[in-house]
Write a protein that binds this ligand. Structure first.
Ligand code: PMP
Length: 404
């Protein structure tokens, strides 16, 4: 359904060479490449629409403000939030989670209260809670995973107590590729009156996400993983939660009135957007989302699933391969080791064949500990990858393996 060769032409970087070889870019879970329209949007905005937003009476400032607020509407539509004011622009997933960890703990948690996370979380959904644990004495409960790399839902249920104030889980694991059943998880948490934050960094670029259908209280992701620029991300929050949360950062843009005696804060979404926002990033992110929408997120999901199955089948044929994450519900990520070849050696040598993969702990050291390994080699896919590229990747893995 997707014309991959035509799509690839939209991504100039894909036709570059590394070490004289065709670049095979399989590090899409770390960041995605940018289509021409996104880069051109940034250039066009700087050349033609650049002015600080919100406070200006002049033409350019109003045009830039309008573009920024239009971008917010595009994001709203992309994840089907109810209101544009429920979309907060942040620097990325990490900042979005830090914002909630800080504001939610300040507003709704006291010493001894508990947040539930899981063994498969990225450090960005672990460390912010640990900082709050040190600051305010909250406790962190951890859902274990099973042998396939899926959440143990029985254990999840058993972690709830009357002190549980929030569940914060990833939608798709950046190491295992597991797609967690977040809709069911949210329903179960809501049955116990506990709100849920979903880390959508690895889901939004690859799967249809409807925050109202999921009934997520908070949903966060990064622009750069969905073909947008670096430095911009999203915090979605239900209005009723965001309204009640205290601000995260203070400064310009987020205030209504300031005096030395008393300051009042702006309404949503501005209450959470202190300082000059990344209004160039927001419009470029909207352009990226429009690009993805034009391809069709369901087409993307189906094609990437085909790539994942193809790559998994081929990889499994190699003697001594161990794949981490074997759930039937996976998206775009293939983590593995071959025999006792160090992940770093494999990654470095694959690079010499032009194949870009990620190696290491993938910002998930507790998960590595659980798996009893130091790191993996991770290939991660996008709609611009092809089966021919996977053949080259698999061939390169075989050649590296033969060297040892
Ligand atoms: N969560 C997950 C599941 C991720 O994969 C990543 C990025 N690797 C992050 C959070 C952090 O995203 P960012 O660095 O863009 O803030």
């Amino acid at each position: 359904m997707l014309d991959i060769q035509a799509i690839r032409k939209d991504f100039p970087i894909l036709s570059r060479k590394v070490y004289g070889k065709d670049l095979i870019y399989l590090d899409n879970a770390a960041t995605t490449q940018k289509p021409r329209c996104v880069v051109e949007k940034i250039e066009d905005d700087y050349y033609n629409v650049n002015a600080n937003i919100h406070r200006g009476v002049h033409f350019l400032s109003q045009a830039a403000t309008e573009a920024h607020e239009e971008a917010r509407k595009t994001v709203r539509q992309f994840i089907n939030a109810r209101h544009a004011r429920e979309i907060i622009f942040t620097r990325g997933t990490t900042e979005s989670i830090n914002l909630i960890a800080s504001s939610f703990t300040d507003g709704f948690m006291k010493e001894g209260d508990e947040v539930i996370i899981s063994e498969m979380e990225h450090h960005s959904n672990i460390v912010p809670w640990q900082i709050q644990a040190a600051r305010k004495g909250i406790a962190i409960k951890v859902v274990p995973i099973n042998e396939k790399g899926e959440l143990d839902l029985e254990a999840f249920r058993s972690l709830f107590s009357e002190k549980t104030k929030l569940v914060s889980l990833t939608h798709v694991s950046n190491v295992l590729g597991t797609i967690n059943p977040v809709k069911d998880i949210i329903r179960e948490a809501h049955d116990r009156n506990v709100p849920v934050l979903i880390d959508g960094a690895q889901s939004v670029p690859h799967l249809p996400v409807d925050v109202q259908n999921l009934d997520a209280d908070f949903f966060v992701f990064s622009g750069h993983k969905i073909y947008g620029p670096t430095g911009i991300g999203i915090l979605y929050g239900k209005e009723e939660w965001l309204d009640r949360l205290p601000p995260y950062q203070g400064g310009g843009e987020m205030i209504a009135t300031v005096s030395f005696e008393k300051t009042t804060f702006q309404e949503l979404p501005f209450k959470f957007e202190a300082g000059t926002p990344d209004y160039i990033g927001s419009t470029a992110l909207a352009t990226a989302m429009q690009y993805v929408s034009a391809l069709g997120i369901n087409n993307i999901a189906a094609y990437e699933d085909e790539l994942l199955h193809y790559a998994t089948g081929k990889l499994q044929e190699i003697e001594g391969v161990r794949i981490f994450g074997t759930s039937e519900h996976k998206s775009g990520v293939l983590s593995f080791l071959v025999k006792d070849i160090h992940h770093y050696d494999m990654g470095m040598l694959l690079d010499r064949f032009g194949v870009a993969v990620r190696t290491g702990h993938h910002c998930a050291q507790p998960l590595m500990h659980r798996l009893g390994i130091e790191g993996t080699v991770r290939a991660s896919f996008s709609f611009y990858n092809t089966k021919e590229e996977i053949d080259i990747f698999i061939d390169a893995v075989k050649r590296v393996t033969a060297m040892f």
